[in-house]
Ligand binder design. Structure first.
Ligand code: ATP
Ligand code: MG
Length: 250
């Protein structure tokens, strides 16, 4: 099977070359572990090889991501100018039609590689979106769905809707035939799970980033916890965040 490498020695070796084409992969970790950096590095390295890359951010504006990328020494402007890379900020707080926006930009740009940063913020707001309202309306007109929200306690109902939305959204993303990274915030006290834990079962792969301070030393570790359609060299490995982005010491 064809693979897409990160361009990060050590990580690509653990994946026996890279991520299998078409996979949907969760990059999970707590705040500041380098999720966005790892995702942008994946896109930059591959758009330099000619793959069309789309970065959808619900957290950082285009210009902030470009500034950070330049600090890592990446040729952001060239890639954007040549239309190899596109960065799109989606305001999920103000814009209830954000799912449509995301869909439109994917259909228009037709990327080979896609990043959605982050799935966690998206799912936090999912129940407020038009997408969700339509789903609830459909549920309400369905014999089984009729009055469901009045019978089931609200938090349970919302959680179920969120899970359904998530699975529908990810199923839709799969149809675009992109190789996709989705970032997901892991709680600090339990980095082995994600807030929208259902997503772990819907995806093909999980790469988990952790950082831990012991005395005055910050240690960072990366682990590939799952990757369908390829062998993996499992285990926990050290990584660094530096002027070059994410690197794994050999
Ligand atoms: N040149 C650099 N050298 C070392 N560390 C850096 C450098 N540039 C950025 N960092 C570190 O990278 C981290 C931010 O990385 P990034 O934004 O990719 O993390 P994240 O997991 O996406 O965070 P968030 O949860 O806030 O979205 C910061 O903690 C910052 O200190
Ligand atoms: Mg981030």
């Amino acid at each position: 099977m064809d693979k897409i490498s990160f361009g990060i020695p050590g990580l690509d070796d653990s994946l026996f070359g890279g991520i299998p084409v078409g996979n949907l992969v969760l990059v999970s970790g707590s705040a500041g572990t380098g999720k966005s950096t790892l995702c942008m590095q994946f896109l930059v390295n591959n758009s330099n090889k000619g793959l069309r890359s789309l970065y959808i951010s619900t957290e950082q504006k285009e210009k902030d991501l470009i500034t950070q990328g330049k600090l890592y020494g990446w040729n952001m402007d060239d890639l954007i100018k040549s239309n190899q890379l596109r960065i799109v900020y989606v305001d999920i707080i103000k814009d209830s039609s954000f799912v449509d926006k995301i869909r439109d930009v994917i259909r228009e740009f037709k990327p080979n590689l896609l990043v959605i940063d982050s799935l966690s913020t998206m799912s936090d707001f999912a129940t407020l979106s038009d997408y969700s309202k339509n789903l609830v309306l459909k549920g309400a007109s369905h014999a089984f769905g009729q009055g469901l929200s009045t019978v089931i306690p609200k938090p349970v109902f919302e959680k179920a809707i969120m899970k359904q939305l998530l699975s529908m959204f990810l199923a839709e993303i799969r149809n675009y035939n992109t190789t996709t990274l989705l970032t997901s915030e892991a709680p600090v006290n339990n980095e082995y799970s994600t807030f929208e834990s259902a997503s772990e079962f819907f995806v093909d792969g999980i790469i988990s980033l952790k950082s831990r301070s012991v005395d005055d030393i910050l240690s960072r570790t990366i682990e590939i916890r799952k990757m369908r359609y390829t062998k993996i060299n499992g285990g926990v490995k050290a990584y660094e965040l530096s002027d070059n982005g994410v690197t794994l010491p050999w």
